[in-house]
Each structure stands twice: as C-alpha cells, then as structure tokens.
Design a protein around this ligand. Sequence first.
Ligand code: IPE
Ligand code: IPE
Ligand code: MG
Length: 263
Amino acid sequence: MLRKLFRKKTPDIQFIDDRIESVKRKPIPNHVAIIMDGNGRWAKQRKMPRIAGHHEGMKKVRQITNFANALGVKALTLYAFSTENWKRPKLEIDFLMNLPGEFLNTYLPELMERDIKVEMIGNIEALPAHTRSAIIKAIETTKNNKGLVLNFAMNYGSRVELVHVMKEIVQEVEDGTIQKEDIDENVINSRLMTAHLPEPDLLIRTSGEVRLSNFMLWQLAYAEFIFTNVLWPDFNEECFLASIEDFQHRDRRFGSLEGDQKG
Ligand code: IPE
Ligand code: IPE
Ligand code: MG
C-alpha cells in the first residue's frame, strides 16, 4: 500500500520541485499583493457558516507566506479587511477581528524562525483593542527580521489612504515646507502607507471577482494582474507557483516598446 502510494506520488512531487527550481532561475516578483477573496462561498459550498471559510482562509495565509518566503519574494501584502467590510454583520466582523490574534499568537515563533517581518497598512486606531495589541506585538517582535515582509492590509482602503496623503500635502504647502511646484509622484509615493515597500509587481485576486475593491489603486498602476476562480481557502502552493509562472511569461513594457522582463 505504502509502496503503491509512494510510486504514485513521486512523479508529481518531482514535477513540482522541477517547476520551483525553474521559477527560481527567473526573476521573482519583489512584491506580491493578494486580494484573498471567496471565504464565504467556500463555506457555503460545504453548508458551513461563513466564519468557517475565514478560519480555513487563515491557514492558507500561513502556507502561502512560507512558500512566498521560500521562493524569495521580498514583500507579500495580503488584503485581510477593507474599509468597506465594516458593512458586514457584527458577528462576522467580530470573528474577523479575532483572527489576527489567533494567527499571530500561534504563528509568531514560526515567523521568528523564518525571519519574517510583520507589518500592517490601514487604520489601526479603529480596530478593537485586542486586535490592535496582537498586531502591535507581532510588529514589535519581528521588527528586526530580515526576510519576507508580511504586510497585512487591515481596515485598509485606497481612497481613504489617498485622501489622507492629499490633506497632508496641502498642509505642508500651507506651512511652506513644500512648494506646489515640487509636488510630483515621488512626493505622493513617499507619503503612502507602502512608502518603504517596493512597488507591487503582481496582484492576485482569488474567487473569480474581477475588480480591485479599493485596494492599492495608486500602487498597482503597473502591476501584472492575475484573476483566478480558485476560492482563497483552496488556494495552495501550486496555485501560487502557477501565478508566478504566469507572471514570468508576461512582457512588462512600462509604456516602452521593449519588454523589461521576460520569462
Ligand atoms: C474574503 O472572503 C475575506 C474578507 C473579505 C474579509 P469573503 O468573506 O469576501 O468571501 P465571499 O466573497 O463572500 O465568498
Ligand atoms: C475585498 O473583498 C476585501 C478583502 C478581500 C479583504 P470583498 O469581498 O470585500 O470585495 P467585494 O465586496 O466583493 O468587492
Ligand atoms: Mg468577497
């Protein structure tokens, strides 16, 4: 029985290993952003409550983070809760607000072991105290780590972010610390919550929805987009690998005539 299983599995595992090696030889996206969508539908398909989908989705965060880190991705931004998600039923919101604590408390030792640095974009002030403290503890504990930046977009909305940047710049003009003529893309970039991260190269959205839902509108200007029908709780290492392979075959021209990066 074991032998049979072993014989059956070996070619597949070998095949995946070969694909990983081949992907690693080509340019890996520095920054991957994921809209983790479809948890509710995953649960509904199984006649389970929506929160069961969120719980399963959390396990995938761990798996994909480790895999992205192993591939050499520098930053992984995961859209976990949008400024619009407050419109959901209170019970679902309460459950979602417990997930960072559960995830980070159980996973923190592993994050340390793997040298992963936790960060967050979004308005932390409006989160419940227990969610806030779990995130702050993870950020503090991992702040000197040098591996993958695991950046959670939590209570994040791109429009709110841009409004904030605009107000900040107007204030600086009024104060005379910056001149109107000096406002350029760099001035805006440097005031975004993602200022310290490389620009996202690749955006993945799961669950078949083809929209951005207020996610990094400015930052994604030249990212490659991949929309997959796979629901987030079903999104595994092979799905991530396939996305990177797809990315490596794209011809990124940035407006010029010649590809900057070809797979
Ligand atoms: C994504 O899954 C998780 C969050 C938005 C927090 P959804 O909860 O949106 O799942 P669907 O889209 O209803 O299936
Ligand atoms: C986007 O998913 C937000 C997150 C994945 C956190 P939604 O499920 O909230 O997006 P819409 O409502 O379908 O656009
Ligand atoms: Mg959704």
